[in-house]
Design a protein around this ligand. Structure first.
Ligand SMILES: Nc1nc2c(ncn2[C@@H]2O[C@H](COP(=O)(O)OP(=O)(O)OP(=O)(O)O)[C@@H](O)[C@H]2O)c(=O)[nH]1
Ligand SMILES: [Zn+2]
Length: 263
């Protein structure tokens, strides 16, 4: 099994594990003010793009009066993707998460700051974690410091990768990734009368005609418009080096997955 490493900043020789054959990405979102279906849609697109399989974790179920209907809204974004209601504080729903930690599985956690990733890790790995996780290591000046282990082995045999590079990964929606996750729309576009068809009002538009036939839902087309607009907006707004950095991070996840594709 190959593990991708990246040197830590400075002259320390300790390598930092970035990603190792990522199978599953837990996409963590709180059912409090963090809840945002549009953001989850983007996160799903990025995850499918990377080659990992998403598992959606709606955390802080204890704070929501109607978690089940929030779950249903999210479920409609990606039929077939598991959507789990969890309260890391109370401890509910953790068993379902645990089933993804079996031997041979490697998991990463992605989600906003404060969504509850650390609390979920503590629940998954038990109370001992914070102690076992701390490693005495020498820093670049030879002093002893306490750092956190970033590759955690679950008692069930799976691995969990927790490191800032992946945790803080930003959403990067490119036009290509939109095309990839809307392959049905994208392939029809080749049959539109105009090559630069925007599939909004043009005559001879193959996409609009598929919507009229019912082959593509109106809601899906609306999602496509929105994501594409966002991709173009981001491309204008974000500076290029930031874009490259985000792409690089996703590529690392992508590569890690391709070392060990499920076939
Ligand atoms: N009510 C409630 N609070 C929770 C739950 N899970 C986590 N929290 C709280 O939310 C806050 C943030 O939780 P963390 O686990 O630190 O969040 P994180 O995603 O690791 O945040 P970063 O380290 O910034 O990435 C803490 O105060 C937790 O106690 C939950 O299920 N219910
Ligand atoms: Zn068209």
């Amino acid at each position: 099994k190959s593990i991708l490493c990246r040197k830590c900043a400075g002259d320390t020789t300790e390598a930092q594990v970035v990603a190792a054959n990522v199978d599953t990405a837990f996409l963590v979102m709180g059912l409090d003010r963090d809840f945002n279906p549009r953001r989850m849609e983007r996160l799903l697109t990025m995850t499918f793009d990377s080659g990992a399989l998403p598992v959606i974790v709606l955390n802080k179920a204890d704070l929501s009066a109607d978690g089940e209907s929030q779950r249903q809204v999210i479920e409609q974004l990606s039929p077939g993707t598991p959507v789990l209601l969890v309260s890391a504080r109370v401890g509910t729903g953790i068993g379902a998460l645990r089933s993804f930690m079996r031997k041979g599985e490697t998991v990463v956690l992605i989600g906003s700051s404060g969504a509850g990733k650390s609390t979920i890790i503590n629940r998954l790995f038990g109370e001992e974690l914070m102690r076992t996780r701390e490693v005495r290591a020498k820093d670049s000046r030879g002093r002893h410091t306490t750092t956190h282990r970033q590759l955690l082995k679950h008692p069930d045999g799976g691995l969990l990768i927790d490191n800032p590079g992946i945790r803080e990964i930003q959403l990067w929606v490119s036009e290509e990734s939109v095309a990839g996750s809307f392959a049905d729309i994208h392939s029809l576009a080749g049959s539109c009368r105009f090559r630069d068809c925007s599939h909004e009002t043009e005559p001879g538009c193959a996409v609009l005609s598929a919507v009229r036939r019912g082959a593509i839902s109106e809601a899906r087309l609306q999602s496509y418009y929105k994501l594409l607009k966002e991709a173009r907006y981001l491309a204008l707004k974000q500076d290029e080096s930031a874009q490259r950095e985000q792409k690089r991070r996703w590529k690392i996840i992508h590569k890690a997955f391709r070392h060990n594709p499920k076939s």
